[in-house]
Design a protein around this ligand. Sequence first.
Ligand SMILES: Nc1ncnc2c1ncn2[C@@H]1O[C@H](COP(=O)(O)OP(=O)(O)OP(=O)(O)O)[C@@H](O)[C@H]1O
Ligand SMILES: [Mg+2]
Length: 386
Amino acid sequence: MSRAERTLAALRSALAENPRNGPIWLEVAEILAELGRTSEATEACREAVRYLEEKTEKQRAEALLSELVPAADPAPSNVFTLVRGGPAAPATPRPLASVSTEPVTFGDVGGLDTVKETIRMRIVLPFQHPEVFAAYRKKTGGGILMYGPPGCGKTLLARATAGECGARFINVAIDDVLDMWYGESERKLAALFEEARSHAPAVLFFDEMEAIGASRQQLRGSPGKVLVNQLLSEMDGMSGRNDRVLVMGATNAPWHVDPALRRPGRFDRVLLVPPPDRPARLEILRLALRQRPVADSVDLAMLAKKTEGFSGADLSDLVEQASEAPIREALTNGTIRPIDEKDLLGALARAKATTKEWFSTAKNYATFSNVGGLYDDLVAYLAEQR
Ligand SMILES: Nc1ncnc2c1ncn2[C@@H]1O[C@H](COP(=O)(O)OP(=O)(O)OP(=O)(O)O)[C@@H](O)[C@H]1O
Ligand SMILES: [Mg+2]
């Protein structure tokens, strides 16, 4: 092991103790940058900028970050909104949550068998057979927090969970709940729980969970902290009553989710929603093509093989792109022809796998701050990919 590697290992264990130590992140970033490990250095540097408070150090981190990625925006936008006071309110206020009753079930979700199984055991079955779980005094309730790269099915799974339970799906973006006016965020949150109860059975799905945590860390004594506490008390209050409201959450950045939200009875199961493996990619391609005309000759297995690193969203995008040429032709000559392999391969040539980038960030956390085995499923996944 080189000297730099030894130093890195020591810093790594310090970060495992305290993942919010800005100066150590900066040290790590500088060493990684010297070693030419740019993507890891970039992510470490982002963390340094996030957590550093001392001015000259923060400037040093920002300078390094701009060398590593020109024109990077280091902080989540909602934090800036809170600090600066966001833009003027839009003329027509956006609804706080979008409610949907379209039935989507696990059958519409390709792959992800272990994740589905966990959700079935933790949420769907207790919901359908409360008496069985009560007979064994088995505790139910407690939310599931899903995390993983973008476009791999977190939102879809939450929607499908609602479908499996025959419950209404209420989708909440935390960013829309956060409000710079004192007391306003709490009022919105209370209204959401009220809405869910009045529409029960319902799945209340909190997307962008990191937004709530980030605001609490960065602005001490800010609306974020009060909001976390209120979310906690709403969830605690629910466990006693039989509200028939299920709570799920999702994030791309579980490391920025407030740890208080992960205590027992709250979002106490943290689940990785990984990119689809080859069989899952095949299933997702089939699902995406199921209601479109497709030539028999199309070799989907070959496509599944060639799309390593693609997210579910990348794959549905690919199918969308492949449909464009046949549509254009049909509009000019009036005949509907099936999508063929050439269309799909053409779309593939222009497509890009989007999950890799997320893993370069995630890897840092999996190695540097896997406190209490929180990211064990991520560590296992990374080990499998080697
Ligand atoms: N496992 C899957 N099976 C079928 N379709 C999928 C799957 N994963 C993703 N998709 C497709 O990609 C779209 C986007 O997925 P989804 O919104 O669930 O991703 P996400 O993990 O919530 O992403 P983000 O982190 O960006 O919110 C879905 O609407 C669906 O069309
Ligand atoms: Mg989503």
